[in-house]
Design a protein around this ligand. Structure first.
Ligand code: C2E
Ligand code: CA
Ligand code: CA
Ligand code: CA
Length: 280
């Protein structure tokens, strides 16, 4: 019986070890990726549905791994969080975003905004405040309104005083807040009143099933009406077809983001797209 137990144990161990080893390797690679400039910031336009104008974009992180090619943030953000590397990475994302949004406010649209993602772990990290961000804003003479922080509703559901304080710190600096993936979590609506939020991002899972008279259409319409009554603007994620865009526009949705307009792209490409918009 003893032998069988050991066999059973050793049967499962290799797979676990391989997975753990893989994670360790990738975490080590990530450490050198930050120094070795393998991180890229892609941008995806957020389009004003009424006019078709682009004056917002979401910054999305990419990792160009020398052997593996592009690694998805869904894969490496969790590793960055458990290793603590997320602090340096988040700071890099902010610095890059700030540099570009400053340029776009000057050359493209005076109220251009860049959204960046803050995972719950990142937002709630011990001791971290946004002092460094605020100093950078002052140094580059960029108003806080140039930056939108995307958070998810789980963070607000049982918000600690730390979360509340950090949100207030951002708001005091003029930085705006968007609620990402709206409708996928708990959707306790009470926190929409409790916190000062500027944007609701309707999750892709709603956009995907939009059709006249569908239940997702009814839900989206209700979300848009409610958001507007509370003074929030609405961004629909995952807009892939002209039909989806038209239904959302007809429902009063303010902004759309998705493959229909453009995929996330390297910053030089996005910059060129914006320059073309200005000269047209
Ligand atoms: P998210 O914040 O919900 O970002 C939207 C995701 O949807 C992006 O995936 C984007 O490429 C994808 N997307 C955009 N339009 C469409 C569409 O029309 N159809 C479909 N099917 N997908 C679309 P991506 O870039 O792979 O990012 C995945 C997630 O990784 C993000 O989800 C976000 O949670 C996280 N992430 C990305 N960059 C960062 C970052 O800088 N920091 C943190 N903490 N998380 C990040
Ligand atoms: Ca997001
Ligand atoms: Ca989202
Ligand atoms: Ca507001």
């Amino acid at each position: 019986a003893k032998g069988a137990g050991r066999n059973r144990f050793s049967y499962f161990t290799p797979a676990l070890q391989v997975a753990a080893l893989n994670r360790m390797r990738l975490t080590n690679d990530l450490r050198s990726a930050i120094k070795g400039e393998q991180l890229r910031l892609y941008f995806q336009p957020i389009v004003e549905l009424g006019t078709g104008i682009i004056h917002k974009a979401e910054a999305l992180l990419r990792w160009e791994h020398p052997q593996r090619g592009l690694v998805s943030p869904l894969e490496f953000i969790p590793l960055a969080e458990s290793s603590g590397l997320i602090v340096d990475i988040g700071q890099w994302v902010f610095d890059e975003s700030l540099r570009w949004v400053r340029r776009w406010r000057e050359h493209v649209h005076p109220e251009f905004q860049v959204s960046l993602n803050q995972s719950p772990v990142e937002f709630q990290r011990e001791g971290g405040t946004y002092d460094v961000w605020l100093r950078a804003l002052r140094q580059l003479d960029v108003p806080g309104q140039a930056i939108v922080v995307e958070i998810t509703e789980g963070l607000l559901l049982d918000a600690s005083t730390m979360v509340t304080d950090k949100l207030l710190q951002l708001r005091d600096a003029g930085i705006q807040v968007a609620l990402d993936d709206f409708g996928t979590g708990y959707s306790s609506l009470s926190y929409l009143n409790k916190f000062d939020i500027d944007y609701l991002k309707i999750d892709r899972s709603f956009t995907r099933n939009l059709a006249p008279d569908s239940s997702d259409m009814a839900l989206s319409e209700a979300i848009i009406v409610m958001a507007h009554k509370l003074g929030l603007d609405v961004i629909a994620e995952g807009v892939e077809t002209p039909e989806q865009r038209d239904l959302l526009a007809a429902a009063g949705c303010d902004f759309g983001q998705g493959y229909l307009f453009a995929r996330p792209m390297p910053v030089e490409e996005f910059d060129a797209l914006l320059q073309a918009q200005v000269t047209n």
